[in-house]
Design a protein around this ligand. Structure first.
Ligand SMILES: [Zn+2]
Length: 431
């Protein structure tokens, strides 16, 4: 498990051949694959990972007798809080500086998490992702607009002729920068647009308000936050293009993507996904998505509770792929923050809290155009440095004109629907 960045492109290529074939498996071939991978992962975890050695002995799980899919429910769900507080115990005794890469995320929930990935996970993720994008018509070198958080210092967007891509920095989303981008898109149209739905909607809205028509791309691929029916409708209205929704997560425990027939498939040859109730038992109705990556031996996350809920669909898709279908994914939509200099920041804001230690949960409330309240549920490791890191992360995104107030709290505000959003805007009418 030597780590080398030079190997990654070759690994991606090799895995791409695998993913090209595996989408044509039948359900028996898929099940055999899942059983083999899960057996390997559970046996490895029982041998090499302190957390699982202890857990399996407590629940009396004999890893040599473990059969795969049908025995998964014997293992309790793994909660984000456990990963946050016991990450060292979740590391394999084979993990070392050379073969692992630490990554962090706060997802859309504002809970910072640190975990380890290796090249095998990354190669599988990229290859599976490229296959999903291919379902939308994307090919390597298709002219593409990527809308993401790039932190450009002196540019709103940059073009790379080599990759045939325009990269627009979503941290700089404003009417002025969007219209500059729109002029570029009219001058040289793109085939594919990839990014957060909120940002792509806003670019389309600014164009429409200015009476400009963005040439329709072949497809729009959205990720990173919930694609509501309303936002999908707006995307189709502004761009006249089909929209493909894509979900993945930094932890690589789950992947869901839309096929050309319009159905959302669980990408079951990338990770093992279960739809469960709060006790970890399988449910046929709306339930939590729990996932087990097949390749992350250095830090196995087994039955990891993603905290996203999905609505399973009781039908088989006409596209012929063996992967299960879900009707809806809940839990990723959030408000946006408007900065005094006119930029609008959606889900990208959650990355502001990635680097601060001791933050259990957080929430940003905007009550004025130049005022943010950051509510923090902290644990005992939260200190003055945490606040400095938090402020630095926020400043990077919201700029210096925004006043920031930090509040240590014991609970966060919920929506009437019971969600705890990371961003709450009290000035929505002004956006
Ligand atoms: Zn399908």
């Amino acid at each position: 498990m030597e780590k080398s960045i030079y190997q990654l492109p070759f690994r991606v290529l090799e895995r791409s051949f695998f993913y090209r074939r595996s989408q044509h498996w039948n359900s028996v071939q898929l099940l055999n694959f899942q059983n083999a991978r899960l057996k390997k992962m559970i046996r490895y975890a029982g041998l090499h990972v302190p957390y699982y050695r202890k857990l399996f002995s407590e629940i009396g799980l004999d890893t040599l007798q473990f059969r795969g899919v049908e025995d998964m429910q014997k293992i309790p769900l793994l909660d984000k809080e456990t990963v946050r507080t016991r990450k060292d115990e979740l590391l394999s005794d084979e993990a070392n500086e050379r073969n692992m890469t630490w990554d962090s995320t706060s997802g859309s929930t504002g809970t910072p998490l640190h975990f380890v990935l290796n090249d095998a996970v990354m190669a599988n993720k990229i290859a599976a992702l490229l296959r999903s994008f291919g379902w939308a018509g994307y090919m390597l070198h298709s002219r593409t607009l990527m809308v993401q958080s790039y932190y450009y210092k002196n540019a709103d967007f940059q073009s790379s002729r080599f990759y045939n891509v325009i990269r627009y920095d979503s941290n700089r989303l404003s009417k002025t920068t969007a219209l500059k981008l729109v002029a570029e898109l009219i001058r040289k149209p793109v085939k594919i647009i990839i990014g957060f739905p909120f940002d792509i909607v806003m670019i389309g809205r600014y164009a429409a308000e200015a009476g400009k028509q963005i040439p329709s791309p072949q497809a729009i691929i959205t990720y990173g936050e919930k694609l509501s029916a309303e936002r999908r409708k707006l995307l189709i209205e502004y761009y006249h293009s089909p929209v493909f929704d894509f979900h993945s997560m930094h932890e690589c425990s789950a992947m869901i993507s839309q096929c050309p027939q319009g159905n959302l498939h669980l990408i079951e040859d990338f990770s093992y996904m279960e739809i469960v109730d709060a006790n970890g038992m399988k449910t046929a109705t709306k339930g939590l998505l729990a996932g087990t990556n097949y390749y992350n031996f250095l830090m196995p996350l087994i039955r990891y509770n993603t905290r996203d809920a999905v609505q399973p669909a009781d039908r088989i898709c006409d596209c012929g792929r063996p992967f299960r279908v879900v009707d809806e994914i809940f839990g990723k939509e959030c408000d946006a923050i408007k900065t005094p200099d006119g930029r609008i920041l959606g889900a990208v804001m959650s990355h502001s809290v990635d680097k601060a230690k001791g933050v259990v949960m957080s929430q940003c409330v905007q009550d004025k155009i130049d005022h943010l309240i950051i509510r923090i549920i902290a644990d005992s490791s939260y200190d003055a440095d945490s606040q400095v890191a938090l402020e630095a992360g926020l400043r990077k995104r919201v700029g210096n004109e925004m006043k920031l107030d930090f509040e240590i709290v014991s609970s966060l505000e919920k929506t009437p629907g019971g969600k705890t959003p990371f961003i709450i805007s009290r000035i929505k009418d002004q956006i």
